[in-house]
Design a protein around this ligand. Structure first.
Ligand code: NAD
Length: 313
């Protein structure tokens, strides 16, 4: 019997107990335990062969002699102590793909909200004001998606049928992609000049930090709308505020911001052409279902094959 220890976390504000139940359903042969406190984690890790969580407490690894798998709950692994885990022969799996449907839907909903001017509609409804306003049409416009991973591809897939032209920006454009056109980062500005809706779905890396800066806002057409479901720091926040205030772009839907949480007195809250959601797009009940599917499958593969090496990426 394998012991799977679930580190206690609040994930997107959802109670982790439901994730534990999903895992128990899928792994009836296993002892799936939730570490509710740091003390329970310290005790539980001693005979755990697998741990799942958003990260792992490196200081406890000396106690984890049986540990063979860390099943991460995030798509990325850059925040994990990879060298230490490798030295200890602990395989690492990620939850890459878990956010495809929920975050992609949120990005498409954000695009449509600005197409139909829903922020204006909400303002007028709040004020009980029956006054017409002009919307837009998505058909015929160009949507640029930066990052063609699970989320970016999910966005493109969902936009099919809306009669839009899509441009994908990816590090290796020769790999192709589901968009009408695929370009590399060096052609970003050429793409921005033709963009009506810019969707950011790339990881935050040295290359992407501040990618959308004042120069980028200058290149985007004034009717362009920014949708950021990636990480806040992919956008230069000061440049964004300035672009929104001066109508250099039409609006922005921000599921992620820099800083996070967005302070109550931050100027972004007060701009009528901004839709802020509090890093909320992953927050659906199906998230834990998909996560449990991925983790259970990885755990079973480790047990069946014993080939930890194959799972490292
Ligand atoms: P993923 O790993 O499936 O895809 C990321 C893609 O971005 C990869 O194809 C990668 O090659 C590409 N990429 C890397 N550097 C790039 C660059 N410089 N330019 C263009 N593309 C680049 O990840 P995913 O599940 O699609 O998630 C993407 C990002 O979205 C995550 O890294 C995370 O920061 C963010 N995210 C946000 C939420 C949220 O709640 N808003 C949830 C999950 C993920």
């Amino acid at each position: 019997m394998t012991d799977l220890l679930v580190r206690r976390h609040s994930v997107h504000g959802m109670p982790v107990e439901s994730y534990v139940e999903e895992l128990r359903d899928r792994l009836p042969e296993h002892d799936v335990r939730l570490a509710r406190t740091p003390e329970e984690e310290r005790e539980g890790i001693v005979d755990a062969t697998a741990v799942t969580g958003t990260d792992i407490d490196e200081s406890l690894l000396d106690r984890a002699e049986d540990l063979r798998l860390f099943a991460g709950m995030y798509a990325g692994y850059g925040h994990l102590p990879m060298d230490t885990l490798r030295e200890r022969d602990v395989a690492v799996t990620t939850a890459s793909g878990v956010h495809g449907p929920n975050v992609a839907e949120h990005a498409v909903a954000s695009v449509l909200a600005f197409v139909r001017e829903f922020p204006t509609a909400f303002d007028r409804q709040r004020d009980h004001e029956w006054r017409h306003f002009q919307g837009h049409e998505l058909a015929g416009s160009t949507v640029t998606v930066v990052g063609l991973g699970a989320i970016g591809q999910g966005v493109v897939q969902r936009l099919k049928g809306f009669d839009v032209t899509t441009i994908g920006v990816r590090r290796h454009p020769d790999d192709g992609g589901p968009t009408d056109e695929v370009v590399g980062p060096d052609a970003l500005h050429d793409a921005l000049a033709r963009t009506d809706y810019l969707v950011l779905a790339c990881p935050l890396t040295d290359e992407t930090r501040g990618l959308v800066d004042s120069e980028a806002f200058g290149t985007l057409p004034p009717e362009a709308v920014l949708v950021n479901v990636a990480r806040g720091a992919v956008v230069d926040t000061d440049a964004l505020v300035s672009a929104l205030r001066s109508n250099e772009i039409r609006g922005a839907a921000l599921d992620v911001t820099d800083p996070e949480p967005l302070p109550a007195d931050h100027p972004l809250w007060g701009l009528s052409n901004v839709l802020v959601t509090p890093h909320n797009s992953g927050h659906t009940p199906n998230y834990f279902n998909r996560l449990a599917d991925i983790v259970a499958e990885n755990l079973q593969r480790v047990e069946e094959t014993g080939r930890y090496e194959d799972l490292r990426n």
